[in-house]
Design a protein around this ligand. Structure first.
Ligand SMILES: [Fe+2]
Length: 300
């Protein structure tokens, strides 16, 4: 019996890792400051972002959704209440230096998540060369210093020649701030960026926990309207729950809470009719530790 218990999870684990190969790896690299610091276009007192829309609906450009989680330096905790001050250029590469268009603040929610929707930033000349597309951030975790940095996007041909984005080691290393961009079925670009910063918060699973405890490996359809199916694996006998949070961090649904043995499982969410369209996070908890989450989009 003991042998079987050992064998089954290792088989499941190998299969799940190969199925999840296309997902971005979880890293715990401390988020670095950018060589250019805040640059010349920062404005203080940007307003709070309303309904997670940094760009209004009529803003020219490709819609771009950025989400992630704020972690402490070794990723053992997630940080709620971190203030994330964001600003970037418009589709034509211009900053609003008189008002607050494409400038705003949001806060990591009670689960450490943040999300905002904007447009893909345009490029502007820095001397004779274009800077790569980028978004500026000032991140302030409660009780800890501000980190000022910039986020870049994979495949941008202006990264190698940029004095800041091309730095691959040391204090201003930008490698882990160049994130992949995907396009969802609505034609919106999406990127995930986990912020790793000095701070303190609540315990969270780390990658090793995911490999030894369990993970979500597929959620579909996404976007969805009437129901969504969550396929996940459990690698040790444990109390397992699947929870849905809205972007404010409110618990929207508790899909399962079961004692499970190591195996692959499926859960479904049939949202109540009062569940609004928008973004939600689906989280896998094992023995009350959140080991994995994925973001989904609900349509009407
Ligand atoms: Fe800039």
């Amino acid at each position: 019996m003991a042998l079987a218990t050992v064998t089954i999870p290792s088989l499941v684990r190998a299969e799940l890792i190969s199925e999840s190969a296309s997902q971005p790896p979880v890293s715990c690299d401390e988020t670095t400051q950018d060589y250019y610091g805040q640059g010349p276009f920062y404005s203080t007192n940007a307003p709070l972002i309303i309904n997670n829309q940094l760009a209004l609906a009529d803003e020219l450009g490709t819609r771009f959704i950025i989400s992630g989680r704020v972690h402490n330096l070794d990723c053992t905790e997630y940080i709620e209440g971190a203030i994330i001050d964001i600003w970037h250029a418009n589709d034509a590469g211009a900053y609003d230096n008189t008002g607050f268009n494409l400038r705003g603040k949001t806060t990591s929610n009670s689960q450490g998540f943040y999300l905002f929707e904007t447009i893909y930033p345009g490029k502007y000349l820095n001397g004779s060369a274009y800077r790569p597309a980028h978004i500026h951030f000032k991140i302030t975790p409660p009780g800890f210093p501000i980190l000022t940095t910039q986020l870049y996007f994979q495949g941008d041909s202006d990264i190698p020649s940029d004095a800041a984005a091309s730095i691959s080691s040391g204090t201003y290393e930008a490698t882990h701030r160049i994130v992949p961009v995907t396009t969802n079925s609505l034609g919106q670009k999406e990127a995930t960026w986990d912020i790793v910063i000095d701070g303190s918060g609540n315990p969270v699973g780390i990658e090793e926990m995911r490999a030894t405890m369990g993970m979500i490996y597929k959620i579909y359809p996404n976007p969805f309207s009437d129901f969504i199916q969550i396929n996940y694996g459990v690698f040790r006998e444990a109390k397992v729950s699947i929870q849905v949070f809205d972007i404010q961090g409110n618990l929207v649904a508790n899909l399962q809470e079961l004692n499970l043995t190591p195996e692959k499982y499926t859960a479904e969410w049939h949202p109540d009719s009062n569940i609004r369209s928008g973004h939600y996070f689906i989280a896998l908890k094992i023995n009350d530790v959140q080991v994995h989450y994925l973001k989904v989009i609900k349509e009407n």
